[in-house]
Design a protein around this ligand. Sequence first.
Ligand code: ZN
Length: 407
Amino acid sequence: MRAWTSPEVPSLSALGLGGGDAPTVLDTAAGMPRRLDGEDEARLYVCGITPYDATHLGHAATYLAFDLLQRLWLDQGRSVNYTQNVTDVDDPLLERAAATGVDWVELAERETQLFREDMTALRMLAPRHYIGAVESIDLVVDLVGRLEEAGAVYRVDDDLYFDVHADAGFGAVSGFDADRMRAVFGERGGDPDRPGKRHPLDCLLWQAERPGEPAWDTSLGRGRPGWHIECAAIALAHLGSDFDVQGGGSDLVFPHHEMSASEAVVATGERFARAYVHAGMVGYEGEKMSKSKGNLVLVSQLRRDGHDPMAIRLALLTHRYRDDWEWFGSEIAEAEARLASWRAAAARSSAPAAAPVVEALRAALTDDLDAPTALSAVDAWAASDGDDATAPALASAAVDALLGVAL
Ligand code: ZN
């Protein structure tokens, strides 16, 4: 699937500002910060959208967190293999298509295109591999075959299930106890009570054709892939095992990331990802932002209302990625004021030296992506006078490279 065009990222070392250190991020599985060091190419998988409601601010905040992470790796001089999927066939998409009378393929294409436009406007780095579920059906079939060889697959009617206890380490990503797993599994699309399953937590790998739904003829029968195996298959094919970071929103910790990791571990015998990193949930003026409440704040709507995408990006950056937070409409005006003050500071003929603010940006962001502290450092620089004629351009380049904000 076509991605979008990445913005240019200035090289700070080429500008004489040296390179950054390895970032440290909170690893959900370890329950503690983990330093993401390494010399070779960094490998990142972030779960993509199901294209029927793109792109609300919760999505944007999640992708922004992993955009910051990539910018830190690039600042170290590492290249990044970033892979993201599009769940372009799944229950919520099909339900929305049926409810609105739109063809599901058209709905998916339209919303995926809107997502690309939002990501471009927000200056998000594009994935090297942007991969749809539909185009990955062969990968899924192959991975289910490997799970069958490992004795981890069984049939309920014509559906195929993954036996989660085939992975002795099942539960390692979330750390949830059995009661919590069962409750959350039921809340987030699982089927703990389906008769015929060996264990309530076993998850669907392949769903046999249902009347009126799309299906593909494969060696597994006629049907379509489950969601967890989709991401496991795409990540393994495009990143390999033991990649650096599996990322997404915190609502994906369980079951999605837990199941994908276990499926991959059982199929390959190797660790799936080194760290699991999760962005918090975004609410709206006191409530959870959700389709059912009809209170989604869409990036495309803010853009249509005339807000500068760089102000939207700055507004998101005022929140720490791993916190849950609420969006208030007033935030965009505050971000626009900050953007104007930074742009005025960048347009000065001289300013305080850039090196200290670059150092402060790197220190904040490598410390678990502390964007709010990074913004404060730029605020302080912008509010101070200095006589360094090179500083405005250098500081602008650093704000662009590390925060992705074009001044
Ligand atoms: Zn995923």
